[in-house]
Every structure is written in structure tokens, then in C-alpha cells.
Design a protein around this ligand. Structure first.
Ligand SMILES: O=C[C@H](O)COP(=O)(O)O
Length: 260
């Protein structure tokens, strides 16, 4: 079970450091630290060294929110995989719908970045998800499958800990309206099937599939207790230590009660 926070473009560096300190403190003093729940936070680039330092003594991995597909070069404003690796980054979010929407990122670009992430020992967190129009038109499964296929073509992994996929229905992101647990589970099952075809059951069954889209402490238990939902990629609720750790508490409860 993985509880991951995507801070997006929020907090300045001192605020980000304070949030990381609060997460570290909360983890060492509450029952959220129950061993079987893994944690990851993805702050803005400029926060990464400070956040890494703040979380050095607690088991929280650190990821970036995007990266360039090339090692280096004349790409003003971009950040590369070697740069992220050099500061101890563990993972990188790729193909978030906000990047697909605002920067026209394509599946081919997400694919190039995913290959680059693997080449530099970063775990790609590949985001997929349909629009409301696509869902209403009955195209959600096809759209998501094609995003998964496009992003992961020629991306080889040796084990399930080298890839994360996040299903984030666009209509649920930042709207306060999460997908119903069964609706999210149905799509996670589609993604799992796709991964089985690609990587075989032994690996695919263990690849963490995260749900993202208005996950909060009050709806986390229902979502996380679904068999193919292995955690959350949490946006706004990850900006407060209390709600982020509140979701982790629910994840721990699911593990205790259902043996997910
Ligand atoms: O990456 C995270 C998602 O976009 C979810 O954001 P949200 O929890 O604010 O809806």
C-alpha cells in the first residue's frame, strides 16, 4: 500500500520544508507508521533537496513531478533524470493529466520519459485517465488502455518495484468528487490486465496501481479496500500533514482488516 502526495505547484520552499517536517513528525509520533504502508512525496523541483533532508530519518521516498527525456542539453527550463538521481530522488510522476492538458504531452513523450527514468533508476509513476466526455461516450476503458500501452511500449522492468501506474480520472481531479470505489476498481482491473499481458502475472500483480482524484481521509477506506487499488496519488489532501497521514491511517486500517 503506497500513500503518495503530489504537491503540484503549491507551497514556497520554507512552507514545503515545514510540511515535510510535519509529515516526519507525524510519522514518528502516530500510528500511521505501521510498517506496511509506504510513503512518497512529490514536491516541486526546487523543494527536493530540503524535503529530502527533512525526511531523511523517516521511511518516505521522494519524487519529482516531471522530467525531460534527454540526459542534458539546450532545453531551457527543463530538468533531467541524471539531475534528479544525483539528489537522491526515487521516483518521478510522468504524464499527469495537467501536463497532458497544459503542455500537450503525448503518450510518445511519456514513453520516452518512462524509458529514460528506468535508465536512471527512477521509478516512473505513469498517470492515465479519461475525461468526463470520454467516460460518458463509453470510451474510458479504450482511452486508458491506449494510454498505458503508449506509455509503456518498450519499457522493460525487472520487478514490480520498478513501475507505478496511477489511474486519475480527469473529472475527479481537484473537483472534490472522487470516482466511486467500484468504478475505480473496474478501471484498475483493466489496467492490471494490460500489465499482465505486458509483464506477466507474477510482476503485474505486484505493480502498485494508485488511484488519484479527490482522495481524502473520508473516502480513502472505500477506495483502498478494493483489490486492485494499492494506494493513492493524492493532490490537495497531501498539502496538510494531517489529511495526508489521515489517508495513511485508512490504508493501515485496510491492511489490518482486509489483508489487502
Ligand atoms: O496527482 C494527484 C491528482 O491529480 C489528484 O489531485 P486531487 O487529490 O487534488 O484531486
Amino acid at each position: 500500500m503506497l500513500v503518495a502526495g503530489n504537491w503540484k505547484m503549491n507551497t514556497d520552499v520554507p512552507e514545503g520544508r515545514a510540511l515535510a517536517d510535519a509529515i516526519a513528525e507525524g510519522l514518528s509520533s502516530t500510528a500511521a507508521d505501521r510498517g506496511d504502508v509506504d510513503f512518497l512525496v512529490c514536491p516541486p523541483y526546487v523543494h527536493l533537496p530540503a524535503v529530502r533532508e527533512a525526511l531523511a530519518d523517516v521511511p518516505v521516498a521522494v519524487g519529482a513531478q516531471d522530467m525531460h527525456a534527454q540526459d542534458e542539453g539546450a532545453y531551457t527550463g527543463d530538468v533531467s533524470a541524471p539531475m534528479l538521481s544525483s539528489i537522491g530522488c526515487d521516483a518521478v510522476i510522468l504524464g499527469h493529466s495537467e501536463r497532458r492538458t497544459y503542455y500537450d504531452e503525448t503518450d510518445a513523450e511519456v514513453n520516452a520519459k518512462a524509458q529514460q527514468a528506468r535508465a536512471h533508476d527512477l521509478v516512473p509513476i505513469v498517470c492515465v485517465g479519461e475525461t468526463l466526455e470520454q467516460r460518458k461516450a463509453g470510451e474510458a476503458d479504450t482511452v486508458v488502455r491506449s494510454q498505458v500501452d503508449g506509455a509503456l511500449s518498450d519499457v522493460s522492468i525487472d520487478g514490480a518495484d520498478e513501475l507505478i501506474v496511477a489511474y486519475e480520472p480527469i473529472w475527479a481531479i481537484g473537483t472534490g468528487e472522487s470516482a466511486a470505489a467500484e468504478q475505480a476498481q473496474a478501471m484498475h482491473a483493466v489496467i492490471r490486465d494490460d500489465l499482465r499481458e505486458r509483464y506477466g502475472g507474477d510482476v503485474a500483480d505486484e505493480v502498485p496501481l494508485l488511484y488519484g482524484g479527490s482522495m481524502k481521509p473520508h473516502n480513502a477506506y472505500g477506495l483502498l479496500s478494493q483489490p486492485d487499488i494499492d494506494g493513492g496519488l493524492i493532490g490537495s489532501a497531501s498539502l496538510e500533514a494531517e489529511s495526508f497521514l489521515g489517508i495513511a491511517e485508512k490504508a493501515a486500517e485496510v491492511l489490518e482488516t482486509s489483508g489487502h
